[in-house]
Design a protein around this ligand. Structure first.
Ligand code: HEM
Length: 468
């Protein structure tokens, strides 16, 4: 046998072995598995190219429960009632184990410190940002937003995302970290924001890939951690004894084990507080401006609460926001339509869903983006219909059935009510102060990321001018 023949034989045998390893007869109790041809990598390429489309196509082809094998992991998606219920309530799945590696890769917090701190920090945040304490943020948030809106001048043309970021980013950082604790002067804030944007843009890849492949991202992460060292030291020095006077960062420092990792936790808080709220504010305003009758109704509501538009720096209380319910519905509807691609929990005891048993070690996955497109929960799901939120008991802080943008069960996002208030307040102040005209069509969502709120695919310019 010549050498070429031998190589061909070895290759064929190798492929057969791989095929055998990957395509063993399926256990009838396991969900159908999409595993690709390449060992370990599995379906990573097809999945990674267009993850959200992949999930929907797989649901259509394989049914409501299916597994994707990629990068050595099994990701089992649940897409309908029983699976969603299990994802939100089952004791056989674990949030901490699902996110630990992401936290380690993105913030360099080691596993043992993460597990030591997580539940205490979560309870602290849930308490400090709960609905009964929002009033503590409302006044300063309003002042901060005004202060940063003043830099916009009387008129201009700008990409809507940039316009929102220039106001919302410093305002919300200041309410959570303390006034001027993070860099705020014009040139410092620009550099800080640039690094943060880089960190945010590639957060998802950074959470999956070794740092070696993420040089630029890793540089921005280190830059931010360095600056946050000083931020944390300043916050520690100024830490007041009165609990209501403390910032969220100071509460975090009080509750943290492993003080040397305080900058890393500050980075995590910074990312969690900004990465979703800013795109949500973008979509909310973009949807309002592109629906003239909704825009008109909102302007009438604003005038009925604050009088003729154009007054200087109105003070907006939590009670005023309650009267402006249509803007809150628009915020929730924007969140519904642009929700995270997937949230995850790790199976720790085999879990039975429908006729399938999902084995220990699987990552159980739920896609808020697709659940929110299920007409069973949201009739006419692709349409921006703020009115549908009339049915939600928002007075009792309940969302609509099937709304899972903030996760669900024990580990729902602790910042959800604050996030909604931030966007609500920003939209009130922007629309009351300025008249806006959209210069571009509202962009489509990029559908490229599983983590976090969907980003716009391309720019959307607006012209704004002060109302007289
Ligand atoms: C509209 C904006 C927001 C959205 C859509 C959002 C969404 C989420 C989601 C989906 C999770 C994971 C829940 C799970 O997997 O079950 C989460 C966790 C978290 N969010 Fe938010 N979030 C938003 C705003 C905020 C804000 C403003 C803050 C802080 C001020 C915040 C702080 C956090 C934290 C600390 C966690 C981790 C909770 C844990 O470790 O258990 N989020 N958020």
């Amino acid at each position: 046998m010549d050498i070429t023949m031998a190589v061909v034989l070895v290759l064929v045998l190798g492929l057969l072995m791989v095929k055998f390893a990957l395509f063993q007869p399926r256990n009838p109790n396991s969900p159908p598995c999409i595993s690709g041809w390449i060992p370990w990598l599995g379906a990573a390429f097809q999945f990674g190219k267009a993850p959200l489309e992949f999930i929907e196509q797989a649901r259509v082809k394989y049914g409501p429960i299916f597994t994707v094998f990629a990068l050595g992991n099994r990701f089992t998606f649940v897409t309908e009632e029983e699976g969603i219920e299990a994802f939100l309530t089952s004791k056989d799945i674990d949030f901490e184990q699902a996110v630990q590696q992401t936290v380690q890769r993105t913030t360099s917090v080691p596993a043992e410190i993460f597990y030591l701190n997580h539940s205490r920090l979560y309870s602290m945040m849930k308490g400090k940002m709960g609905t009964s304490r929002l009033y503590l943020f409302a006044r300063t948030l309003c002042q901060e937003l005004h202060e940063h809106m003043d830099y916009l001048g009387i008129a201009g043309t700008e990409n809507l995302s940039d316009l929102i970021r220039s106001v919302m980013y410093p305002a919300t950082v200041n309410i959570l970290f303390g006034k001027d604790v993070c860099p705020t002067n014009k040139s410092d804030i620009k550099e800080f924001e640039e690094h943060f944007q880089k960190y945010d843009e590639d957060f998802e890849y950074g959470s999956q890939m070794p740092e070696y492949f993420m040089r630029k991202w890793s540089k921005s992460k280190k830059w931010l951690l360095k600056v946050l060292e000083k931020v944390v030291a300043d916050a520690e020095r100024a830490n007041p004894s009165e609990s209501n006077s403390k910032t969220l960062l100071q509460h975090l420092l009080d509750n943290l084990h492993g003080k040397h990792l305080a900058p890393n936790y500050a980075l995590l808080l910074l990312w969690a507080s900004q990465a979703n709220a800013m795109p949500v504010a973008f979509w909310t305003l973009a949807f309002i401006l592109s629906h003239p009758s909704i825009y008109k109704n909102i302007m009438e509501d604003l005038v009925s609460v604050f009088g003729k538009a154009g007054k200087e720096n109105i003070e907006v209380s939590e009670d005023d926001l309650k009267k402006l319910i249509l803007i809150k519905w628009c915020t929730l509807e924007a969140i519904r339509l642009r929700s995270p691609g997937a949230i995850t929990k790790k199976v720790v005891t085999p879990i039975k869903i429908q006729t399938f048993t999902i084995p220990t070690g699987d990552m159980l996955m739920l896609s808020p983006y697709w659940v929110h497109r299920n007409p069973k929960y949201f009739p006419d799901p692709e349409t921006f219909k703020p009115d549908r939120w009339k049915e939600a008991n928002l007075e009792k802080n309940a969302f609509l059935d099937g709304f899972v943008a903030f996760g669900g069960g024990k580990h729902q996002c602790p910042g959800r009510w604050l996030a909604i208030m931030e966007v609500h307040m920003l939209v009130v102040l922007f629309l009351y102060k300025y008249e806006f005209i959209l210069l571009d069509p509202v962009p489509k969502e990029s559908l490229l990321h599983l983590v976090g709120t969907q980003q716009p695919m391309g720019a959307c310019r607006v012209r704004y001018k002060l109302r007289q």
